[in-house]
Design a protein around this ligand. Sequence first.
Ligand code: BTN
Length: 326
Amino acid sequence: MMDEKILQLLRESPSDFLSGEEISRRLKVSRTAIWKGMNRLRTQGYEIEASTRSGYRLIRSPDLLTPSEIKPILKTKWMGKTVHHFHSLDSTNSKAYQLALNGAKEGEVVIAESQEKGRGRMGRQWFSPPFLNLYLSIILRPKISPHQASLITLMAAIAAADAIQKFSGLLPLIKWPNDILLRDRKVAGLLNEIHSEMDRIHFVILGIGVNRNLDEKMFSKEIRAVATSLKTEMGQAISRKAFLRILLQELEKWYTIFMKEGSAIILKAWRDRAHIKGRRVKVTSFGEKLIGIAVDVDSDGALILETAGGKRKRVVAGDVEYRSQR
Ligand code: BTN
């Protein structure tokens, strides 16, 4: 808290020095406490110039995703106005779930620099090394019925794909239900968890993981062939802060559209991004393997598959693999 306040003061006068005396007067703490705070900030990567005559000046901030780094750059109206930041967590989704049970508001965001037990879909792990990627969870309290909850997933996939496109100029594709691909490799994934009654959603936790500054060689052999990062695709390291700003903006925009205008617009945008209609796919759903032609997604976001013999199947959860057309 104290360090955040020091940073706030230093940021208010970016080109001027601020004397230790002035800072200690404004924060009502001793000069020794200020000096200790400056040292703590330096160990976090803040470059702070100190002069015995003039005081302190902030030269450069690290690419941390702390509230004090994020808040000044956010362009949203309500999403991300409260950010809970952690250096390490089991999983941002689990933390957000706890916070939501305790009454956290719609739009509150949990961010971790690393996850010990990052969770992926279908019980898988999500590779979550420190500082390189983005791991965040957003608390939403949509006024829709529980059977429509998977549309939140589609909505978030559109927002994440749009954010990636705006940020990188590349053209991401969505793979049902919510993998974001660049050059057919996964760059981002979404894990949504819902807390509801039969007819009412209490909250949805929207978990997003984006591979940003990972190098190919950092992935394990198994995931190397199927995963990529923004850095790999763009050929340069990217600012996590700058990307987060666009991502939250797009999420707020698409969520507002969904809540105001309903599902049709979401389904259309999703179809435009997914190009799944008419493709031959293999779907693994609850241990069952199905091969067929993807007909469409229905109004609840389920995948409609036409299997051999012309039978139609509705798939609500699973993994899709594209097969060569025959
Ligand atoms: C997938 O399998 O594609 C979904 C991956 C979702 C990973 C994110 S990282 C932030 C949030 N916290 C988690 O434990 N998982 C999600």
